[in-house]
Design a protein around this ligand. Structure first.
Ligand code: AOS
Ligand code: ZN
Ligand code: ZN
Length: 388
């Protein structure tokens, strides 16, 4: 297996992006549970995200969601983030939370609704300009519930038209990340149900259109690491929305349902060159913490990704390649499993100590008194939105 000292440097520079909505109250359609001290403003969400970075050292950016994080002055919000020691990451658009979108947003049969949705997406690019953000994340709840409800093919035409307009508005250093989802909230057809559909739309548009893989958005048993390997090979993997689910999309903590799957994904990322910052892959979390405390939930998630990454980096690439070339099935499998079965926690604790961080981020945050302080200071924290 590769020596830990050889992978330390690249682990120290890992960057995992936090979602602003993870810090607000959230729940299911049955109940949103309130927690004490949740943020009341976008600034307070950024302040909470900065705590995660402070204790892990590897969460330097926070994704915003428009309009949940709407402010009058976005440049000022970006300055505030910098003061807190973090940066604004991806801008997440929202064309799903309005009565007008009952039959879809950019694929709606009504051109006026399509225009409204497109205007919002273009306004999100304005926010990117003001915040210096590179990525626009596009997720559409669009689809149909009943056979015959709308023309499936025409909806693809409308989707393509909207994507083209957004693409044309992007600056030289900006991209959009197109997200697919198997189902929900539409149950019969979804207009972007899988990576292939997203890939086909992105391929037509060019390099600034990339696919984002939300780990919770697949059918049970889907081999997500294969999708990752394929998209990386085609230079079309824009990033991840990391989370876990046991059944449908539930935005649970990444690495909680299946840490082995997370390792397999991170191994393909490393293997395909996606861990190199130059590849531009955005490693984002897309989670909500409905029943657990939110800042510790985010810290735990960041650590889960870090541990999976460390194991992926520890795979002995030479030993694996020789075993594969020799047709040594068991040897090749062992090369992966040796790395996966390594307890990397002591090594990562040591790395943190070397970086001047507390070796145990969970305990250090708990000791800091931040939770108690904001619970006393903040009254009336608001819901993140309808979930994520
Ligand atoms: C929805 O299911 C998707 O995961 C979205 O990525 C995301 O949760 C939403 O855009 C947050 O606003
Ligand atoms: Zn997502
Ligand atoms: Zn989702």
């Amino acid at each position: 297996m590769t020596e830990f000292s050889a992978v330390k440097e690249s682990l120290a520079h890992q960057a995992i992006e936090l979602p602003s909505w993870a810090f607000g109250n959230s729940g299911t359609r049955f109940k949103v549970f309130g927690q004490p001290g949740v943020p009341r403003t976008p600034e307070e969400k950024i302040a909470d995200a900065a705590q995660v970075h402070r204790y892990t050292g590897i969460a330097p950016t926070v994704a915003l969601h428009i309009p949940w994080d709407a402010v009058d002055d976005y440049a000022k919000l970006a300055e505030y983030a910098a003061e807190q020691g973090v940066r604004v990451g991806a801008i997440n658009s929202n064309v799903f939370q309005d009565d007008d979108y009952r039959l879809g947003s950019v694929t709606n049969p009504d051109p006026a609704v399509r225009r409204k949705a497109l205007d919002h997406l273009l306004a999100c690019v304005d926010v990117m300009d003001a915040t210096g953000s590179r990525d626009l994340k596009l997720w559409f709840s669009d689809g149909t519930n009943y056979p015959g409800q709308d023309d499936i093919r025409a909806r693809q035409d409308r989707l393509a038209e909207a994507l083209e307009a957004v693409y044309a508005r992007l600056g030289d250093d900006q991209r959009f990340l197109l997200e697919y989802k198997l189902f929900e909230p539409a149950f019969y057809t979804t207009d972007l149900p899988d990576w292939g559909t997203a890939y086909a739309h992105c391929l037509k548009l060019g390099d600034k259109a990339q696919v984002v893989v939300d780990t919770g958005h697949h059918a049970p048993g889907t081999n997500i690491e294969f999708i990752v390997a394929f998209l990386l090979r085609e230079n079309k993997l824009g990033g991840f929305d990391f989370n876990s689910r046991f059944y449908a999309d539930d935005d649970l903590m990444v690495g909680s349902a299946d840490p082995f799957q997370l390792f397999r994904i991170m191994y393909e990322v490393v293997r395909g060159g996606g861990y190199d910052p130059a590849a531009g892959v955005a490693f984002m979390l897309d989670q909500c913490h409905n029943i657990e405390p939110k800042i510790p939930g985010q810290i735990r998630s960041v650590l889960n990704v870090q541990e999976a990454t460390a194991k992926a980096l520890l795979v002995d690439a030479d030993a694996l390649a020789s075993a594969q070339a020799a047709g040594d099935v068991l040897g090749a499998n062992a090369a992966l499993m040796d790395a996966y079965n390594t307890d990397v926690r002591p090594m990562l604790a040591e790395l943190r100590a070397e970086q001047g961080l507390d070796p145990d981020p969970m305990a250090a945050f708990a000791r800091s008194g931040y939770t108690e302080r904001v619970a006393a200071e903040r009254v009336g924290g608001r819901q993140a939105g309808w979930g994520a």
